[in-house]
Design a protein around this ligand. Structure first.
Ligand SMILES: [Zn+2]
Length: 66
């Protein structure tokens, strides 16, 4: 009987390095926290491309004027 340890690996979405899918890879599917943050940052800058966020300013000045 052979104890076969099958390690599932996934490719890091950021740098495409193989990442072991297990407790030893806390940032899976990313290879590291850095790659995770890079991916989240890329997503955020694409989805929330609102320069200056003027709506937030309006909310705050409105609160102050009341
Ligand atoms: Zn990576």
């Amino acid at each position: 009987m052979t104890a076969k340890t099958t390690v599932t690996t996934v490719a890091c979405p950021t740098c495409e390095k193989p990442v072991e899918w297990g407790a030893q890879s806390p940032f899976r599917p990313f290879c590291s926290e850095r790659c995770k943050l890079i991916d989240l940052g890329a997503w955020a800058s694409e989805e929330h491309a609102i320069p200056g966020e003027p709506d937030l300013d309006d909310v705050f000045s409105g609160e102050l004027n009341h």
